[in-house]
Design a protein around this ligand. Structure first.
Ligand SMILES: *Cc1c(COP(=O)(O)O)cnc(C)c1O
Length: 368
């Protein structure tokens, strides 16, 4: 089949996600996955929104029906909450699916996309899928360099991707810098502003990015229920853009891209501010706890604003492997050309303590 497949596919790798707990349990010969702590995919350590769980149970007897592909009720609720119109919203099978929509709508072979060199890896993958050229602009202090990204724009540039806060670095661009960037954006370029972690920021740190939509700028905001609402496994996120932009994306999406259970869960989770507040609270207490622990181990890290932290451990893959033997899964970052680092998601306090112990042991082994 390789011979008849598209030629450019031959060069493409396969994305390496955070390792599932069941896979490690099988490898270590454990009867089940319960002793394993996964801090590798920035998931919500408090579990799913309880309101969402109840909604999924209630919806289970309707899963023989196709879902409402237009996500009418969820869009209506989101529109009310965000102060936009339902026509400015699209719901997707995870916000990652919207990245693919962006490829379908904007990218042809030979077009260019501008990304930061250590930004979320999926942007490059999408560009590759549509045979667009990736212009990777070096970060400064592990942070998007918006001026340099603007300078990288050429007449062939179609989309600039910005992850804010960024995964895996945990850094943010300052709000005035983002405003200035939007002012200077050339008219032939769209911006994808990926805000997967925005709900976890303290209110005074949150960019007022919905303003860019109201101002009619060429922006697609991405948000997700995966992290703040604990629905990563259900796959549901959404995009906010101009009516025109949203209509283009509806044209290329699958008719039933989001499933019945995910739609009901998201609708209920949207009403569960308490669950999000508890996760915000966890970030406020556990981020300093982890940073203090890393200081104690003499490890340097990139100061983070959200629920994960990137740590320089010398040899990321070796430490990832050693920590797995202690039943803790973190994320090596070789794919990001950061072979010295691992990314650690925040867990509950007992999980974070176990993680620091495993990390200490892994580092000692390497030092010995
Ligand atoms: C986790 C994450 C997402 C979320 O993707 P979903 O498809 O909604 O699960 C998107 N962007 C970034 C930068 C992320 O870290």
């Amino acid at each position: 089949m390789r011979n008849i497949a598209k030629q450019w596919l031959q060069q493409l790798g396969v994305y390496e996600p955070g390792r599932p707990v069941e896979e490690l349990a099988r490898e270590l010969g454990l009867p089940d996955a319960s002793p394993i702590v996964k801090l590798a995919s920035n998931e919500n350590p408090l579990g799913p929104s309880p309101k969402a769980m109840a909604a999924v149970r209630a919806a289970a007897d309707r899963m023989h029906y196709y879902p409402d592909g237009s996500a009418f009720y969820l869009r209506r609720a989101l529109a009310l909450k965000l102060g936009v119109s339902p026509e400015q919203l699209i719901v997707a099978n995870g916000s990652n699916e919207i990245l693919e929509f962006i490829g379908h709508v904007f990218l042809s072979p030979g077009d260019e996309v501008v990304v930061a060199d250590r930004a979320f890896a999926i942007y490059r993958l999408i560009a590759a899928m549509f045979q667009a050229r990736v212009i990777a602009v070096p970060m400064v202090n592990y942070t998007h360099d918006l001026d340099a990204m603007l300078r990288a724009v050429t007449p062939r540039t179609k989309v600039i991707f910005i992850s804010n806060p960024n995964n895996p670095t945990g850094t943010m661009v300052a709000n005035p810098d983002l405003d200035r960037f939007m002012e200077r954006l050339p008219p032939h370029v769209a911006v994808c502003l990926d805000e997967a972690y925005i709900d976890l920021l303290p209110p005074d740190r949150r960019p007022d990015s919905l303003r860019y939509i109201r101002e009619g700028r060429r922006v697609i905001l991405l948000r997700t229920f995966a992290k703040s609402h604990g629905l990563a496994g259900l796959r549901i996120g959404y995009g906010v853009a101009s009516e025109q932009g949203i209509r283009l994306m509806h044209q290329i999406r699958q008719p039933f891209n989001v499933n019945v259970l995910a739609l009901e869960a998201a609708l209920a989770a949207l009403d569960d501010d308490e669950h999000v507040r508890r996760f915000q609270e966890l970030v406020r207490t556990e981020l300093p706890f982890m940073m203090a622990g890393l200081d104690r181990l003499g490890l340097s890290y990139v100061p983070s604003e959200v629920n994960f932290i990137m740590v320089d451990v010398g040899d990321g893959r070796a430490v990832f492997q050693a920590m797995q033997r202690e039943h803790v899964i973190v994320r090596p970052l070789n794919g990001y050309q950061l072979p010295r680092h691992v990314r650690i998601s925040l867990g509950t306090r007992p999980e974070n303590e176990k993680c620091l112990q495993a990390l200490e042991k892994a580092i000692r082994q390497r030092g010995a």
